[in-house]
Design a binder for this molecule. Structure first.
Ligand SMILES: N[C@@H](CCC[C@H](N)C(=O)O)C(=O)O
Length: 309
């Protein structure tokens, strides 16, 4: 079968986006496709695949995301900017409510953050510290505290966005330490009902710098739910006031984030790029066929690179 897709990214968190409103494949049949497409040794390579799917009475469209390892998370906020752009463009809308696996989110077109950088706002949440929501088997919410049973003495904040996150503020990010802890979570320890995304966060003069080891993916350029979660955690711990828009840097670029806090139903609002790199088709059988680029969007990628220099 020939699959048409858009290679895209939000802050360097990259995806193959498929318009699956008229599904070519049934639900779980996407899993092996995602694994093959995401394989960095293959012709595409990505952190995940994004499926633009039909909405319902209250949602203009929906999003499914499948991680590189074939697991299907609750959401993906960098991916939602890309799906938001694709869905809004397809339907000729400026804003929409989007159906996610277990929740809803809003998407809105925004003025370009920099020349040529297509920009989308996502409005998502609520962020929850309830251990049951996070899938953390501890008796009480963990906010800036050590997690009993975790092989780290650092103080974490555990949040559901609604996907599970462990977030710690550090003086300086040690990538090896992040990878070791993220890998420990990937091994499905009893402490975690469904693994977790792990983020190390540095406070910066103009906001935060967040680096994430993603569940089902590994070390990423950026993770939108982690950047939203880190800003919410900064609010919960008094590091940044709730309701204030801040810049959140990541290895792949930056976004603007507002964690609304309890007065705004614990929503997080993120403005960032939704960059289309190219459009292509590929034959998907047991092996992937050659990649055929049908539309090059190099100018968008160049605009993004210029904006993040
Ligand atoms: N990159 C994402 C999160 C994708 C899902 C994550 N790997 C998980 O399994 O929870 C984002 O931008 O939020």
């Amino acid at each position: 079968m020939e699959l048409a897709f858009i290679k895209c990214h939000g802050s360097g968190n990259d995806f193959a986006l498929v318009d699956a409103r008229d599904p070519a494949l049934a639900g779980q049949d996407w899993v092996p496709v995602a694994r093959r497409i995401c394989d960095r040794a293959g012709p595409v390579g990505a952190d995940g695949i994004l499926l633009l799917v039909q909405g319902d009475k209250t949602h203009a469209f929906g999003m499914r995301v499948i991680n590189a390892d074939g697991s299907e998370p609750e959401t993906c906020l960098n991916g939602l900017r890309c799906i938001g752009r694709a869905g809004l463009e397809a339907l000729g809308l400026e804003s929409a409510s989007v159906k996610l696996k277990t929740s809803s989110a809003g998407v809105e077109r925004q003025p370009e953050l920099a020349p040529g950088v297509v920009t989308v706002r996502t409005i998502a949440g609520p962020a929850s510290s309830d251990p049951g929501d996070v899938g953390l088997r501890v008796p009480a919410p963990v906010i800036d505290a050590a997690v009993p049973g975790l092989p780290s003495s650092r103080a974490f904040t555990a949040l559901a966005m609604p996907n599970p996150h462990l977030i710690t503020f550090v003086d300086r990010i040690d990538v090896d330490e992040l990878v070791a802890l993220g890998s420990w979570c990937e091994a499905r320890p009893g402490l975690l009902a469904d693994r977790a995304n792990v983020s190390f966060v540095e406070m910066r003069d103009d906001g935060l710098f967040v680096q994430t080891f993603e569940r089902g993916v590994g070390l990423t350029n950026a993770c939108g739910t982690a950047m939203g979660g880190a800003t919410h955690a900064a609010g919960l711990t008094g590091r940044v006031p709730f309701g204030q828009a801040i810049t959140v840097h990541n290895p792949g670029g930056k976004v603007r984030v507002t964690a609304e806090g309890p007065d705004g139903s614990d929503r997080v609002i993120i403005d960032g790029n939704a960059t289309f790199i190219y459009e292509a088709t590929i034959e998907i059988g047991d092996e992937l066929g050659p990649l055929k680029i049908t539309r090059d969007r190099a100018a968008e990628e160049a605009a993004w690179r210029l904006a993040t220099r």
